[in-house]
Design a protein around this ligand. Structure first.
Ligand code: FAD
Length: 585
């Protein structure tokens, strides 16, 4: 029995156990069970009474924040339907499966086969949704990094704000990102004596985007990136680590790292601030269309499971619904090469809804064909692999199946991705030694991912380089020769083969680690055209009154190719800009 879809029937909440007589069953009691979640073991305690699941408590979990929170939806369903055959929560399949496995394990310990659980009698309703009309100053579509920045800013500027989010959890791609943030002239650069300024970031960004970027928009990002990183730190409570990352295409090391090298830090702190400011966030509420009156956007129509909303925005609507990396039809429409054979690093919510809604009110679109792939992803699922932090700290040598280097390890993402696609099996092998492993804090920040990689034979560890290379059946002699040559380049401070821009350490200390990886769709550079006030512009070049946009849903900022860590600066800077301007400050 799958959870019944909303348009068919909605089950009345009264769970009535057929034949329930209140008599104690021999399996009554509290049982523990363990499943494998996204982040490792997920342990639950399940209360069973008269062949009914009456309570589930999570005892232990290491799921990504937000994904763990989404499990409450699943727990409610298991109890409501008295069944483990319920739908997983969209966008958190691995965590959901872990929970279901843990509950089944507990049932097993109770000696109960899930199919013997008592049937729940369900009463159908008429499927009619409640019509709800509400009025706010500002309505934000999407509770990712841009949407939350916009909502917080608008509220701080005195507006009455609502956020609608279609997924059961807030955060979008921002939540699962590394959230490294380019901030020229930052305090760590000052400490390390690295000279930088916004103009240099503008030039790097234009160069990285092959000069089709909108220079004015890039300038807004670069000039406000540092101030907004400080805003995140001082107003929102984000903790930045005390070191920097060096992303491809940046001419200097300028990227801040949030605590734990994860977007969790940004989203958790933004959500805490939104709660403090009493900003309502309607989860599982999907914006469907913009309401236009007399050439002006005055609100949105949105749908939840049981409500149809007409939401009026007296001051403005801000679209912050993210990119379209998970929408294969839209990808292929604009770039036929990026088809369903290429996996994606994005959350399932990245389907370009804001672009579709904008188009219907004649918004202009820019750069839709420019879709970025990330070079180092899970060849099985497309998930971006944070093992790659080691590369961004400069510690990696990348080879192909034949054991040869073929690209600069700190090159542009598009260049690296295309180079990998050309290699045997369209995969690459990232090698680090113990020094790189420790220096990159892989155990500290990404332990569940490492466990997953080892279990799935995507990461190997061995005392010697030869042994590690053998495990992947690479050409061992060539691997050793490539690494030996690389080590001489580290000594010389120069890589004559591929001109790798950072050579911090040799690969010489065992154990050695090798990761197998492949590129996947990562970022969609195109989207709604905006001006420097984050106002959406129509196909005739006029501002669409009442409509603002920020974040990955917009186009023009990153040109043909986004530089790593530029998106976070973009979404916070333009999120705040949209919030401020929509609030009318
Ligand atoms: P999102 O964070 O994706 O939020 C959009 C939200 O809108 C989502 O929650 C979505 O569910 C919701 N939504 C969509 N449609 C609707 C609708 N119709 N109604 C209601 N809600 C809707 N960039 C960097 O700069 N540094 C990094 O280190 C970095 N690492 C990354 C790692 C990964 C794995 C990924 C996938 C991306 C990474 N990026 C990074 C890119 C960056 O994370 C994104 O570009 C950025 O987070 C997008 O923010 P956003 O707020 O625009 O969209």
């Amino acid at each position: 029995m799958k959870k019944i879809s909303s348009f068919l029937v909605l089950v009345l909440m009264t769970a009535f156990f057929v034949g329930c007589g209140g008599k104690a069953d021999s399996s009554d009691g509290v049982y523990e069970g363990v499943g494998q979640g996204k982040g490792g073991d997920l342990k639950v305690e399940v209360k069973i009474e008269d062949l009914g699941i009456t309570d589930i408590k999570i005892l232990e979990e290491s799921e990504t924040a937000g994904y763990a929170a989404s499990l409450s939806t699943l727990i409610n369903d298991i109890i409501k339907y008295n069944s483990t055959d319920v739908d997983t929560v969209s966008g958190s399949t691995l965590s959901s499966n872990g929970l279901l496995e843990a509950v089944k394990d507990a049932l097993d310990k109770a000696g109960i086969d899930p199919k013997d659980l008592k049937q729940v009698k369900q009463e159908e309703d008429d499927g009619v949704k409640e019509e709800v009309s509400e009025e706010y100053d500002v309505i934000v579509v999407g509770a990712g990094g841009a949407g939350l920045a916009a909502a917080i800013e608008a509220k701080m500027d005195g507006a009455n704000v609502l956020v609608v989010e279609k997924m059961p959890i807030a955060g979008g791609n921002t939540l699962i990102s590394g959230a490294e943030y380019a901030a020229p002239g930052n305090w760590i650069q000052e400490k390390e004596g690295i000279e930088d300024n916004p103009q240099l970031m503008v030039e790097d960004t234009l160069e990285g985007g092959d000069h089709i970027n909108d220079r004015d928009l890039v300038t807004v990002v670069a000039e406000n990136a540092l101030e907004d990183a400080i805003w995140l730190r001082d107003e929102i409570g984000v903790i930045w680590e005390d070191e920097l990352m060096f992303f491809g295409g940046h001419s200097v090391k300028r990227s801040l790292i949030p605590l734990g090298a994860s977007g969790r830090e940004i989203i958790n702190k933004q959500l805490a601030k939104a709660e403090e400011l009493e900003i309502p966030i309607y989860l599982e509420t999907k914006a469907e269309e913009l309401i236009m009156e007399d050439g002006k956007v005055t609100g949105i129509k949105a749908e939840s499971n049981n409500k149809s909303y007409t939401l009026t925005a007296k001051k403005g609507v801000i679209i912050a619904s993210g990119g379209f990396g998970s929408n294969i039809d839209m990808r292929v429409k604009y770039n036929p090469e990026i088809d369903d054979k290429i996996l994606s690093t994005n959350t399932v919510g990245s389907t370009g809804d804001g672009i579709t809604m904008g188009e219907k009110v004649n918004a202009d679109l820019v750069g839709m064909e420019w879709i970025q792939t990330y070079p180092i992803c899970d060849p099985l699922t497309g998930t971006l692999l944070y093992f790659d932090d080691a590369r961004l700290f400069g510690h990696t040598v990348i080879v192909n199946k034949e054991g040869k280097r073929f690209v600069e390890e700190l090159g542009r993402r598009d260049v690296m991705s295309m180079a990998i696609k050309e290699q045997t099996g369209s995969v690459c092998y990232e090698i680090i030694d113990e020094n790189g492993y420790v220096e990159s804090k892989l155990e500290q920040n990404h332990k569940p991912e490492l466990d997953y990689l080892f279990e799935n034979d995507l990461l190997v560890k061995a005392d010697t380089l030869e042994e590690a290379a053998e495990k992947f059946d690479l050409n061992v002699d060539e691997v050793v020769a490539s690494v030996e040559r690389y080590n001489t380049y580290v000594e010389d401070g120069e890589d004559p083969e591929f001109n790798k821009r950072s050579l911090p350490s040799k690969l010489e200390k065992g154990p050695f680690y090798i990761l197998k990886a492949a590129p996947a769709v990562h970022h969609t550079m195109g989207g709604l055209k905006i001006n420097t006030n984050a106002e959406v512009v129509d196909t005739a070049g006029n501002v669409i009154e009442g409509l603002f946009a920020a974040g990955e849903v917009t186009g023009g900022i990153h040109g043909k190719n986004r530089l790593g860590s530029n998106a976070l600066a973009d979404i916070i800077v333009f999120g705040r800009t949209a919030g401020r301007n929509a609030a009318g400050k």
